[in-house]
Each structure stands twice: as structure tokens, then as C-alpha cells.
Design a protein around this ligand. Structure first.
Ligand code: ATP
Length: 576
């Protein structure tokens, strides 16, 4: 049995290191000591989660409750715990210090193994209903009573969502391969399996049961795949140069849905792979009527009014959902799901099949009023592509998606199998998705919320750091300001996010949790932002403004520094 103290030791080791290679070796060492029954749970703990996102299992313990548990286990009054936390800026460090000099000691302490800690955390997460908060605090206190200072540090960080070891999924995949084979040669297989089930704990468990299962790993209903992502090109010529003859689909600005069906059971997943079945009853019943036993497919849902020939954007579609009761809204803005891919059908994994074959199936299967194939056309040259692009814009759509006829479904990867061309490319370069890391107060003019702007960052995937790219002060509606204030005030922190590279200091730091879409005029060099920083100069957005609060995106999915650099290149070729 793997003692939790050993896990805490390894977490400590990992934190001291910054190189991926070293981290991989330390983690692989721990994996070697872990049994088949334990590995899934350990992998989740390293990821800072208890289960994959679509299970909806979330700890739901705020800082306040953690502070109560710390007070109760150490004997320090709550205000002293808070005082220490204000100073340290990290509740993990606070509990480590206070347990070290605790005023009272539990009578019977026992060594905890990793599975016990995992199961206790799971119990905390699953407790709900009346009295659940007390129960959560009690269970957490019980764990802390049995903890060494170091163990307590990581338990508390895990519980309040600030574990952030700096170990990304790629490092975990490498470490699994190294633990078993001594090198990274199994990484690719493991990664493919992970991309088509989005559950790294499950993949690790299968791998430990029999490594051969991973090479044969298949898509399965109710295990959502990580969505395939599109690259950009600057114009139709560039797309044709890259793909040759290709299928060009309309690009709908709706809500991405992955639909799964097996028998009578149907589930829908969002782009972030959260379950959204309850939000779209009309789509669920249309899927139930499909004449197939098992299916997994993807499409974009949005409201479309046939009489007015009008599409409603993601924003409008969601707004309609909130405002109207779903029944009434369904008539006025009937929801359509434009299906653009199929990944699995009646026992057969289709992800390795060329797009052209998958498209044929999409057209054969989806023929109802609600489920339709995305509109598309085979295109041979840039003129043809330009024509469809203009048609899309005339219909009020945001652009097109060109698809490589021969490409497999590239789960979890941004590849040129799909290339997007949007109307904004003509004027501005594009929008980016950035995470809010801090905010500023305004100075009087805005009454509802004294709001001055947001400091936002992108992700440098080479070193795992967040890097600031803009201070966004425009584009907010009153409603969005109020919404943002509510969201951000709950995640204020005393110190900057651990993995943030920054030069600016906002008035308040926040947990890097909320993603916004930001439009801009172009990208300039800057000495105050750290995105792609070389020497003294980084990149910054010029005239950044809020487009959307992207509740459908997680921090893992924000724009990367390399994408920003690509945008700078595109910008250069556009402007000469
Ligand atoms: P990304 O998904 O690439 O990270 P994003 O969420 O900001 O970026 P866009 O860059 O605008 O979105 O384009 C990609 C999205 O377009 C897909 O995630 C999907 O939801 C949507 N989409 C709309 N129509 C299609 C289509 N025909 N084929 C594939 N995706 C489509």
C-alpha cells in the first residue's frame, strides 16, 4: 500500500524542480511503487482532481471551510489562521506551519495511505444536502488530525483547488511510459488513449492491468473524446495550398456538443466535456429517435429561425435559455444541431477513418429537422472557397471550416486537419481566449460595479507558465460587469498565481479560473507584458476588448504563447 506520506514527499520533490525531464523521473519513481488498484487514484490526485470533469465530481470546499478545519485541528483560533494566511498567501503553507507547532494534538494518529486520503476526499465531494458542510469540515479535520505538516499542506491545497504542482498531463503520460518501459516509447499510445476517453486515471489503470490494452484502446459511449481543434490560415489560397481539394463546411457560432447514445440512454457533453444533457431536451429526444444502437458524434447547436432565415449566436442562444422557459423558447428559436463529425457507430471506432468516409455517414444518418449535417461543399480551388466564405458571411455566420479529406479525427489536438477562416481575419487578426489573473478597480464613472479592467494571460505550453498579454478595460456590458464582479470576488487571492510570469500588479489577484474571449486590433511588442518574452520585450494586444465570458472553456484550453506568435507571423504576412 502506498503511504500518503510518500506521495507528499514526491509532491515536495516535484515542486522544487522546474525541468520536465526531472519531474518525469521523480513521478515515474512513484508510479513504480504503485499497484494496479491504486494507480488511477494517484493519477487523479496528481492532476488535482478526483474524477474526470464529465462526472461532475467537484470538491466544493471553499477557503472558509478549510480555515475552520485548520483551526479545529491545530487549536489556533480562526482569526489567527486567517492572519497567517494573509501573510503567507497560501493556505497550504499556513497549515504546514501551524500543524508544525500545533497547540493540540489528536490522541490517536494513524498513518494514512494514499487510497484512504483519496477516498476521504471523494466522500467530502459527494456529501450533499443538509448538514453537508459540517460533515465536510469534520472529515477534513479528521484527515488533518492524522497528517504530518507536509501531508496537510498538500491536502489543503488540493481541497481549495490550488495544488498546481506544475505537472501537466504530458508529464504524467511520459512518467507512465518511463515507469513501465524505462523510456518514453509508450507515450504516444497512451496519449491517443487519453485523447479518446479524457480520463487519465482510467487509461493508467488499463495500462497497469495490461499494457497491450492501450494499443487496442477504443472509443466508448459515455466516455467523451477530447475535441479536435482547428488551425488557422490567413486566406483561401493558403488553405488550398495546404489541403488541395477539401470539404468546406459552414462554421456555426453556437454551442459545441458531443452526443453519445447507447440503447435508450443519451448524454451530451460540452467542449469542456461537462455533461450538458439537461440543457438540451429537444436534442436529446431527436437523438433517441436515431435508428442506430450506439453512436458518438459531434455538432454545433444553435437556434435557427427558418422563417427569418436567421441564426442566433452562442450568446443569444444561451440568453434565450436563461430568459424563457425552455418550452416556449423552443418554438420561437428552434434549436438545431448541425452535425459535423461522427466518431463511433454500433461498436466501430471511426476516429482513424478518413474524414471523407465519416462525412458520408454523417449525411446518411442525420436527416431530421433537429439533427442536420452541417452545410458543406467540396471545393477544388481558392475561388470556390472564397465564394462559400462570402455565402457564410452573408448568412450571418462567422466563417468556414475547411476539412482535410484524408485526415483522421484528431482528438485533443490542434491540427491542420481542420482549418478555420473567420470574418475577423480581414480586419483584426483574430480573438484570443485568455484567463483572468487579476483585476483593477475603476475610478467612479461606472456605478454598478466600480470596475477598472482585467489583467489576462495566455499559456506558454513549453514551460507551463501563464504569461500576461493584456489589460482589458473595454467591451463590458453592465450585466457582464456585475457577473464578473460576482465571479471574481469569490476567487480573490492574496498572492499572484504560482505559475504566472508578470510585471504588472493588479489591485486584486484572482485564481486563474475564468476565461474570456478578447478582441484586439493587432499584436504589438511590450515591455510590461510577459507573453513570449525575449529579453525585455513581450507581446501585448492593442486595444483589447471583451467579446465574451467563455464559460465553456477551461484554463487548459486558453490560447497558447505559440499561437500568439503564429498570429504575429500571420499579421506580418498580411501587412507585408
Ligand atoms: P477552438 O475551438 O479552436 O479552441 P474557439 O472555441 O475560440 O477555438 P473557434 O476558433 O471560433 O472557436 O472555432 C472552433 C470551433 O468552431 C469548434 O470548437 C466548434 O465548436 C465550432 N464549429 C462550428 N462549426 C464547425 C464545423 N462545421 N466543424 C467544426 N467545428 C465547428
Amino acid at each position: 500500500m502506498l503511504p500518503f506520506s510518500r506521495v507528499a514527499e514526491v509532491f515536495f520533490e516535484i515542486e522544487k524542480r522546474s525541468g520536465r525531464l526531472e519531474m518525469t523521473d521523480v513521478l515515474a519513481g512513484l508510479f513504480k511503487e504503485t499497484s494496479t488498484q491504486e494507480i488511477d487514484k494517484l493519477v487523479y490526485l496528481v492532476q488535482g482532481i478526483l474524477a474526470p470533469p464529465y462526472t461532475g465530481i467537484d470538491l466544493g470546499v471553499g477557503e472558509r471551510f478549510a480555515i475552520e478545519a485548520i483551526a479545529s485541528t491545530t487549536g489556533y483560533p480562526k482569526n489567527e489562521v486567517e492572519k497567517n494566511y494573509k501573510k503567507s498567501g497560501d493556505l497550504g503553507n499556513t497549515v504546514e506551519e501551524l500543524i508544525g507547532k500545533r497547540k493540540q494534538r489528536a490522541l490517536l494518529t494513524q498513518e494514512m495511505d494514499m487510497v484512504y486520503v483519496y477516498s476521504s476526499l471523494l466522500e467530502v465531494a459527494k456529501t450533499s444536502g443538509t448538514g453537508s458542510q459540517e460533515h465536510k469540515i469534520k472529515k477534513l479535520t479528521e484527515m488533518l488530525n492524522n497528517s504530518t505538516p507536509l501531508e496537510a499542506k498538500y491536502i489543503v491545497r488540493f481541497v481549495v483547488g490550488t495544488l498546481r504542482l506544475g505537472v501537466g498531463d504530458p508529464t504524467i503520460l511520459d512518467a507512465l511510459s518511463v515507469a513501465h518501459k524505462g523510456d518514453k516509447s509508450l507515450r504516444e499510445e497512451l496519449e491517443r488513449a487519453y485523447n479518446i476517453c479524457a480520463d487519465l486515471g482510467y487509461v493508467a489503470r488499463q495500462f497497469y492491468e495490461d499494457p497491450k490494452l492501450i494499443a487496442k484502446f477504443k472509443v466508448q459511449p459515455f466516455r467523451p473524446l477530447m475535441p479536435a481543434l482547428a488551425e488557422r490560415e490567413k486566406d483561401p489560397e493558403a488553405i488550398i495550398e495546404r489541403l488541395g481539394t477539401c470539404e468546406v463546411e459552414m462554421k456555426y457560432d453556437g454551442f459545441r456538443i458531443q452526443g453519445h447514445k447507447k440503447g435508450d440512454k443519451v448524454e451530451l457533453y460540452s467542449r469542456k466535456l461537462e455533461k450538458t444533457t439537461h440543457m438540451f431536451p429537444e436534442i436529446v429526444s431527436a437523438i433517441k429517435k436515431l435508428k442506430v444502437k450506439e453512436i458518438i458524434f459531434e455538432g454545433e447547436a444553435l437556434a435557427y429561425n427558418e422563417q427569418k432565415k436567421r441564426y442566433y449566436s452562442f450568446q443569444e442562444t444561451m440568453h434565450r435559455k436563461r430568459k424563457h422557459d425552455i418550452g416556449a423558447a423552443s418554438e420561437e428559436f428552434p434549436l438545431k444541431l448541425f452535425v459535423f463529425d461522427i466518431l463511433y457507430l454500433d461498436g466501430k471506432d471511426l476516429t482513424e477513418q478518413p474524414y471523407q468516409e465519416r462525412r458520408k455517414l454523417v449525411e446518411k444518418i442525420f436527416k431530421s429537422d433537429v439533427l442536420k449535417p452541417s452545410e458543406s461543399k467540396l471545393v477544388k480551388d481558392a475561388d470556390g472557397l472564397e465564394k462559400i466564405f462570402q455565402t457564410a458571411l452573408n448568412e450571418g455566420l462567422e466563417g468556414i471550416m475547411a476539412k482535410d479529406l484524408k485526415a483522421p479525427y484528431t482528438a485533443g489536438k490542434r491540427k491542420f486537419a481542420w482549418i478555420k477562416l473567420k470574418k475577423s481575419y480581414g480586419k483584426a487578426v483574430d480573438t484570443i481566449d485568455a484567463v483572468i489573473v487579476g483585476y483593477y478597480l475603476g475610478h467612479g464613472a461606472r456605478v454598478e460595479f466600480d470596475f477598472g479592467g482585467l489583467l489576462v494571460a495566455v499559456q506558454n505550453e513549453d514551460n507551463g507558465k501563464l504569461e500576461t498579454i493584456a489589460k482589458v478595460g473595454y467591451g463590458f456590458s453592465e450585466l457582464e460587469m456585475v457577473e464578473l464582479e460576482k465571479m471574481l470576488s469569490k476567487v480573490k487571492t492574496h498572492a499572484p498565481p504560482k505559475n504566472l510570469d508578470h510585471k504588472l500588479e493588479p489591485e486584486f489577484w484572482v485564481e486563474p479560473k475564468y476565461v474570456i474571449e478578447v478582441a484586439f486590433d493587432d499584436i504589438t511588442t511590450s515591455s510590461i507584458h510577459t507573453c513570449g518574452m525575449k529579453g525585455e520585450k513581450g507581446y501585448a494586444l492593442r486595444f483589447p476588448r471583451l467579446v465574451n465570458i467563455r464559460t465553456d472553456k477551461s484554463v487548459k484550453e486558453i490560447t497558447t504563447t505559440n499561437e500568439v506568435i503564429e498570429m504575429v507571423e500571420l499579421q506580418r504576412t498580411k501587412t507585408g
